[in-house]
Design a protein around this ligand. Structure first.
Ligand code: G6P
Length: 369
């Protein structure tokens, strides 16, 4: 295994660092000759997309958080009403089927039983427009789907998903842009600007990876804690959820994520100096709102750990630690902000001495109920 690991201590660390390459490979497979084209989602994609009036995304675990992120893109860019549902919930409830709804499943392994059964359930209800976004070629879920896009993350060994997640996100962003284009909602200039953002992404992710020494320092403030809170707003809220999940999975520290505006409706009661609060605070339209949410934490003696880009203008002060993420990358900002929360979980787990690649009680691919 040491040969395969190269300079890294764990597969998870290696996979975190492989993201620039994984993203570049996936983006290459998503862009056809300098434009977005449905054919990259399957031969029948143009005809299928033509019929779509809304979207339902089904997934589990980290893939579910990719789905939650995608809802923001699909509604804002493609203007398609999008619902996201946990596969194990959808398969057992009475829902209202819509044959014009595109059923998107997201699964790294392509073998998660609940996601597979949710797909079968959707089809049994007469919903036959299906797209799988999957990392493992010829696995069960893509085989049962009409359209398929394979992410090019390469084999993911660490139980906690990292590079699969960020490659799912670029696939989902591209899906939104492609649907928008087919629906006549994407002008040439915006298309070029989205393509440019995709091309710059791997470089920005590399810059984010270079923050590792600072994040390793921060991890010391988490390793001895029982609880942590992650805050984000808008499209960065799912990234807060993913950050909390990563920390739970591998360091066994209880972590919760909240949309920052919801703080006052409960979790604020928990805030004290024993519960570090991570804030994902890029310079977007919600920045001022996030800043006032941070004040609420600070006023209660909470310690803040803020990931902010250079344009957010945060300064360190007593109880407020700031790491500057690379320059704001606009629509793809959630992908960039995933990198630091992955590294934070990894280094907290290292300090705790847990089995990072094989956390207790968890499996890489859950093929049972
Ligand atoms: C397990 C893994 C997670 C993964 C989830 C969904 O819980 O430990 O890392 O996110 O399954 O897996 P999938 O292969 O469907 O994306």
């Amino acid at each position: 295994a040491s040969l395969e690991l190269g300079p890294y201590s764990h597969f998870m660390q290696k996979e975190i660092h492989e993201q620039p390459r994984a993203l570049t490979d996936t983006i290459e497979a998503l862009i056809d000759d300098n434009h977005f084209s449905p054919a990259l989602f399957g031969k029948a994609a143009a005809a299928v997309f033509e019929q779509v009036d809304s979207i339902l995304i089904l997934a589990a675990g980290t893939s579910y958080y990719a789905a939650l992120t995608a809802k923001y893109w699909l509604e804002s860019i493609a203007k398609l009403p999008t619902n996201v549902e946990i596969a194990s919930e959808y398969r057992y409830r009475e829902s209202v089927p819509n044959p014009r709804q595109l059923i998107v499943t997201i699964s790294q392994s392509g073998e998660t039983l609940d996601t597979m059964e949710a797909l079968k359930h959707a089809k049994a209800l007469g919903q036959h427009l299906t797209l799988a976004i999957c990392n493992v070629q010829e696995s069960a879920i893509p085989r049962a789907s009409e359209l398929v896009f394979y992410t090019r993350a390469g084999a993911e060994i660490g139980v906690a998903s990292t590079k699969a997640f960020t490659t799912q996100l670029v696939a989902l962003f591209t899906l939104a842009a492609t649907l928008a284009k087919q629906r006549g909602l994407l002008d040439k200039e915006t298309e070029q600007s989205h393509l440019g953002a995709l091309r710059q992404l791997a470089g920005s992710v590399q810059h984010a990876l270079n923050l590792e020494p600072q994040i390793r320092e921060w991890a010391k403030s988490f390793a001895n804690k029982q609880h942590a809170l992650f805050l984000g707003r808008g499209i960065h809220y799912p990234i807060a959820l993913e950050g909390a999940l990563k920390l739970k999975e591998i360091s066994y520290i209880h972590a919760e994520a909240y949309p920052a505006g919801e703080l006052k409706h409960g979790p604020l009661a928990l805030v004290d100096s024993a519960m570090p609060v991570v804030v994902i605070a890029p310079n977007d339209a919600l920045l001022e709102k996030v800043k006032s949410n941070m004040q609420e934490v600070k006023a209660r003696g909470g310690e803040l750990f803020v990931f902010a880009d250079a344009d957010s203008h945060f300064t360190e002060s007593e109880g407020v630690h700031v790491i500057r993420t690379p320059r704001h990358v606009g629509v793809l900002s959630p992908i960039l902000h995933t990198i630091p929360v992955q590294m934070l979980a990894y280094h907290a787990a290292l300090l705790k001495g847990t089995d990072v690649d094989k956390p207790r009680n968890l499996a890489k691919s859950v093929t049972v109920e």
